[in-house]
Design a protein around this ligand. Structure first.
Ligand SMILES: O=C(O)c1ccccc1NCC(=O)[C@H](O)[C@H](O)COP(=O)(O)O
Length: 210
């Protein structure tokens, strides 16, 4: 059964829906431009609703050490997700300095983008294989866009990984079948409007990924 991460949770009801449905990872977005962004205080409260055994992942985009220091001093996170242009060396630095596992997101649009799967596998604890955002996109992720999953067929990964990008309750089973992904990550595919999670869609997604 594929593991599931529901990203961009903003309310205790979102958490109840994700955890109740069986998601193993919850995601909190610390990127102010996002419709899914939460403040440090909001995230601290939300993290308190996540039961032991379910991972609390903080999503950052090219964070400096001060932002990570400030966030981790308040919010009990289990994992850091880096969703910007962080290099493999920066991933290693964040792991060492903050003592948490790091999930590195990478954008895939064509076979030329696949080499980074190996490079980041050397330093990250987990990989998030996502669609590359369009050039004019406001957000580096969470755009509801898929990439050609066939690019991943037969691909080897050095680390555990999640497939992301444009997944929803209708296509997630096929995506898992085709790619062999051991886990999946979703945000906009379980929303009724940008930044508003829909509990029914969350449940349908987790069921379809099982
Ligand atoms: O969700 C955001 O607003 C966001 C902002 C900045 C960086 C990343 C962001 N989201 C990443 C994700 O939620 C997922 O990991 C992934 O990209 C899948 O998103 P979606 O295609 O919407 O399911």
């Amino acid at each position: 059964m594929a593991q599931v991460k529901i990203c961009g949770l903003k309310t205790p009801q979102d958490i109840a829906a994700a955890v109740g449905a069986g998601a193993q990872y919850t995601g909190f977005v610390f990127f102010p431009k996002s419709p899914r962004a939460v403040s440090v205080d909001q995230a601290r409260d939300l993290a308190g609703h996540v039961p032991t055994g379910v991972m609390r992942v903080g999503l950052f985009v090219d964070p400096d050490d001060a932002l990570l220091d400030q966030t981790l001093a308040t919010v009990p996170l289990d994992m850091i997700q880096l969703h910007g242009k962080e290099t493999p060396d920066r991933v290693a630095q964040v792991k060492t300095r903050f003592g948490l596992p790091v999930m590195k997101a990478m954008g895939i649009a064509s076979s030329a983008d696949l080499d980074q799967i190996w490079d980041y596998g050397l330093t990250a604890d987990m990989l998030l294989v996502d669609a590359k955002p369009p050039r004019d996109a406001e957000l580096p992720g969470g755009n509801g866009l898929a990439f050609d999953w066939r690019l991943l067929v037969g691909r080897r990964f050095l680390k555990p990984w999640l497939l992301a990008g444009g997944l929803n309750p209708d296509n997630v089973a096929q995506a898992i079948r085709l790619t062999g992904a051991p886990g999946v990550d979703v945000s906009s595919g379980v929303e009724s409007a940008p930044g508003t999670k829909d509990p029914d869609l969350i449940r349908a997604f987790v069921r379809a990924a099982a």
